[in-house]
Every structure is written in structure tokens, then in C-alpha cells.
Design a protein around this ligand. Sequence first.
Ligand code: SF4
Ligand code: SF4
Length: 320
Amino acid sequence: MQVTLQVRRFNPEAPRAQPYEQEFTLDVPGYFTVLDTLIKVREEMDPTLTLRCSCRASICGSCAMRVNGHAKLVCKTKLTSVMDAQGKVRVAPVGNMPVVKDLVVDMKPFWDKVRGVDPWLQPQGPEPKDEYLAPNEAMVHLTGVMMCIMCGACVSDCTVLEVDSNFLGPAALAKAYRFVGDPRDGAAKGRLGKLSEYGGIWDCTRCYECVQVCPKGVAPMERIMALRDKAIVAGFDKAIGARHTIAFGEIVGHSGRLDELRLVPKTFGMFNPLHLPNLLGMIPVGLRALRRRKLPPIRHKSIPGVENVRRIFKKVEAGQ
Ligand code: SF4
Ligand code: SF4
């Protein structure tokens, strides 16, 4: 079958180094992956094409790239699954990391963030005679997160990292969960405190992109949500995100639906001078909503059958 690869190229040594697109049209067998095709281009058409790969079996995590705009491991991406009607596939380096050459990026920002969550066990108490043991059932919930192969696909497509490089990002936060959730780790409280600061768990916008692109089913966003729960339970409930979550639950648990007029002051705190600018910043939003007749009703009413909602909340709080 014939395929056209449109590859984003970048040569830092070129006189006016700028990224550009180059097309390669070639015949390949129907079973080829995107990686097979890139290697064929490099071997038969352009030996300067630069890419990174190793195991070719979706284990090493080296070959993450953007295919048609989304990060994928190209060794496990069949051409036929991504070709458009004209037989074209767009390939570019992963995002949110500086490009070294063509499809190769510098993973330093990725590793710096992983290092930032202290990704090692910190047991406390007396050292055991033989080794630190944990019961199987206490470790089962960590098996998914342990599947991470550090490919960077989630970091590439994280919508928050695109605008705020201070955010720890999905891979590092999933790694943090791996240690917070380990019964042998004695530093969970300190970790949760640090993760509740700016750039941590409350900065995720829950866009779901990292869950979508992760080739190993790690579901980083789900781990971030689990860390949020653990942080609130551990008493780290002062971050705006934590306050918003608690206020949301209180309002819905009381009336069965959200009262947006109360949500904002409850989140920021009416008399907290620290959050006064945030509170004032919501006034234009309120005015716009008023102009478009979308302002929530001043008098908030409970939904019919609200007792059932309250019962559900009570059960959840009691952990039933
Ligand atoms: S869900 Fe959160 S961590 Fe995942 S990509 Fe979106 S913003 Fe980033
Ligand atoms: S969480 Fe998934 S996408 Fe992110 S680095 Fe690990 S394996 Fe790759």
C-alpha cells in the first residue's frame, strides 16, 4: 500500500533553524507500524531523518511522537489505524519538551519533574531484619501505575503544561501516587503537603488528555484525583482547589444541585484578604452572566427528593 508521511523536521545546525514539514511517499506492507515506516524512510530515502527508538515492543518508551496531533508510541501504532482517506499520516515530535533534532526531544524537563516528587521509598521506623514487606492486597491498586514506562506521551499532550511549565504534570504526579499509596512509605503526609502547593495536584484541569494518550493504561488523571482525596483527608484543605471541592460537595449535598452564587464566596472565603482579588475578579463574569440572562437564581431551591441525595452523601461520608 502507498503512504505519505508528513514529518516535522528540525535541524538546529541549519543557518536559520526553523521547523518545517517534509513529505515522504513510499510503498509499505499493510502490517507496517508508523515506526517501521519511519525507519524505512531513514534507511532508503533520507539517512538524516533523526528519531529515537529501541525495543520496538512498547516496553522501553523511547518512541513517543505525535501522530496526527496526539502523542502515541509509534512502535505500536499501525499505519492503517492513522492514515487518512488520502493515505497521509502526520508525524511530529512530542510536545512540551524542547526539540533536539527532527523527532527527538530533550527529556530533561520530564525527568526533572519526576525527580521533583522524590520517586523513591522513604520507610520510617526501625529497619526490618530482612526486607520491607507489604501484603499483596495493599499493593494491588499500585499495579496500574507501576506500568508506566516513562515515555512522556502524557506530558506531551498535557494542556496545563502547555501554558504553565511549573505544573508537575501527569507522569510525575502518577509517580507520586505510587509512593503515597505504598503502605511501606512513611513520608505520605509530607509528600501530600508538598503536592498541594502551586504546580501540584490542584493545578490539573481534568482535561482527560493524559488518560487518552497513555499507551499503558496508567490513567494519570485518576491518580491525581486520588491524591486530591488523600490530601484533603490528611488535612491539606486550604488550597483553592481543595476549598472548591469541599464547597461543591457541601452545596450539592445540602440542596441536591449546585448553587453557583454560593460556590464562589465559599471557595475564596468572603473575608479572606488573601483571596479578595480572586473574589473581585469574578465580578465581570457575574455581570456577563447577568447580561446574557445566565445568572443563577438568587433564591436557591432544593431539588424534589433532596433527602435521597443527602442520604447518599451521608453514606459516602461514612465510607459505606
Ligand atoms: S488531566 Fe490534568 S494532568 Fe492530565 S493532561 Fe489534563 S491537565 Fe494534564
Ligand atoms: S503515565 Fe503513561 S503516558 Fe505518561 S509517561 Fe507513563 S506510560 Fe507514558
